[in-house]
Design a protein. Structure first.
Length: 157
């Protein structure tokens, strides 16, 4: 990977990880019975968007054309697959993503709290996504070689 792209990849990974962490915290509060406020509903609306992208990414496999939209959808699909480790068929994957999306939608629209099990399932999904993103961030940081580090060293010459 070219060093010019590492920084943008690292920034994206950190952003995605922080977003997943915020969603997990919001869902933990909802699991305790706290209704999401305005800020939390916006976070949950972003969760719905991410889940829609993962759903679209699963469809990309049937028609693999590379565009900026399909690249993003395929990327979110890959991340969703990692966050749902016990799903082995595409039908079950779509079913689980649909369930997650419905729960996130209900919460983001302020329609009350869904059953605790559904909130917990959504929280676990985003917890797994955050953990996966942390692994990606660490890989990007570990990918920095000493040669790249020398490029940034200030010399007194």
């Amino acid at each position: 990977m070219h060093s010019e792209y590492r920084f943008s990849d690292l920034a994206e990974s950190l952003k995605n990880g922080f977003l997943a962490d915020e969603i997990v915290l919001t869902l933990a509060r909802a699991e305790r019975g706290d209704l999401p406020g305005v800020h939390e509903r916006k976070l949950l609306a972003q969760a719905v968007t991410l889940l829609r992208a993962a759903e679209e990414g699963s469809k990309w496999l049937d028609n693999p054309k590379l565009t900026s939209d399909s690249k993003t959808a395929a990327m979110f699909f890959g991340r969703a697959v990692k966050a749902l480790p016990n799903v082995y068929t595409s039908e079950v994957f779509i079913q689980r993503i649909t369930e997650l999306k419905e729960t996130a939608s209900q919460l983001s629209e302020g329609q009350g709290l869904p059953p605790v099990e559904r909130i917990r399932f959504l929280r676990t999904f985003f917890f797994n996504a955050a953990r996966s993103e942390l692994d990606r961030t660490e890989e990007l940081l570990d990918g920095e070689s000493s040669i790249d580090a020398l490029k940034w060293t200030v010399s007194n010459k």
